[in-house]
Design a protein around this ligand. Structure first.
Ligand code: SF4
Ligand code: SF4
Length: 292
């Protein structure tokens, strides 16, 4: 049987904000889980009891009933730790933050997205409300902030001044609204280190609302290669050609093995997901895919 340690569910794509750097195309921020998907996700959670179960969106707090239904399917003795990723927009007061968190069963952590783009919709006081309520209720709290350029790191200092929680940083990928608006992180030279890297998400599985299961939650599924990497069940995914090829692939080796042209490597291919997309776009990798 498959071991599913980290499982993420994109529980819907609707959102309360309209960020210019969103990885979701604005026109696609309308999805919610259908009944058959909810049943399938309950079955997956029941069967595999993933050690880590995280819900992402869209804005997850628009989907509390679905989150509760899916996490209730965890076996009674499971040590799983359900958590949500949120924009924190609901935390207009300590009371509102408390009310929302109390409505999510078994919640063990909150990961809040906050950066200069979220700040266009969110006063920092809401972050503070959410952090304080998490602390009061014994719920873990961390912030993930995105970078368009190294200058954006100054926000980590501002968040550090509040103190008491972890702040992780992510470079903005060239997908969704960020791609349309030219907001992806700018590399100025090609960073050769990426050639020795592997898929950063290969140890987790994500269910994409309305689309399917994949270890990929980045460039391939958002930039037109979903048919190669999304599958109807976890079993289909872990037995797929995609997973077999990506599971242990060192990206530089995959690039050479499939006839990639080293002259085509540009600064923008300096992250694993951008290089991965470049491999799918410019080499023979998909031509060598067995026909179904
Ligand atoms: S980046 Fe997050 S908060 Fe902003 S629109 Fe997209 S899903 Fe919503
Ligand atoms: S784009 Fe490639 S490297 Fe990035 S998450 Fe998807 S499969 Fe992994």
């Amino acid at each position: 049987m498959i071991r599913l340690r980290k499982f993420g569910v994109v529980v819907g794509t609707r959102c309360t904000f309209d960020c210019r750097h969103c990885l979701l195309d604005k026109r696609k921020r309308k999805r919610s889980l259908r009944e058959r998907e909810k049943r399938l996700l309950c079955e997956v959670v029941r069967r595999y009891a993933p050690a880590s179960l995280s819900f992402t969106g869209g804005e997850t707090t628009l989907y509390v009933d679905d989150i509760n239904r899916i996490s209730s399917a965890l076996p009674k003795n499971s040590k799983s730790n359900p958590g949500i990723v949120t924009n924190g927009g609901f935390a207009s007061s300590v009371r509102e933050a408390r009310r929302m968190l109390a409505s999510i069963r078994g919640l063990t952590y909150v990961q809040m997205s906050y950066d200069k783009f979220h700040a266009e919709f969110l006063p920092k006081s809401r972050l503070e409300n959410l952090f304080n309520v998490c602390r009061e209720l014994g719920i873990g709290f961390r912030v993930v902030t995105t970078l368009q350029s190294p200058l954006d790191l100054k926000i980590t200092a501002e968040l550090g001044a509040i103190g008491g929680f972890e702040v992780a940083v992510q470079k903005i990928c060239d997908i969704g609204e960020a791609k349309k608006n030219g907001l992806a992180f700018r590399h100025f030279v090609f960073d050769k280190k990426v050639l020795s890297q592997v898929c950063p998400n290969r140890d987790q599985l994500v269910y994409q609302c309305g689309r399917g299961f994949s270890v990929c939650c980045s460039n391939l599924i958002y930039n037109g290669f979903g048919k190669y990497c999304l599958h109807k069940t976890p079993e289909d995914h872990f037995n797929s050609e995609f997973y077999k090829r990506m599971r242990n692939a060192v990206l530089g080796r995959l690039f050479v093995q499939h006839g990639g042209d080293p002259e085509s490597l540009r600064p923008e291919h300096s992250s694993p997901c951008a290089l991965c997309e470049h491999i799918f776009r410019t080499t023979d990798i998909v031509k060598t895919w067995p026909k179904k």
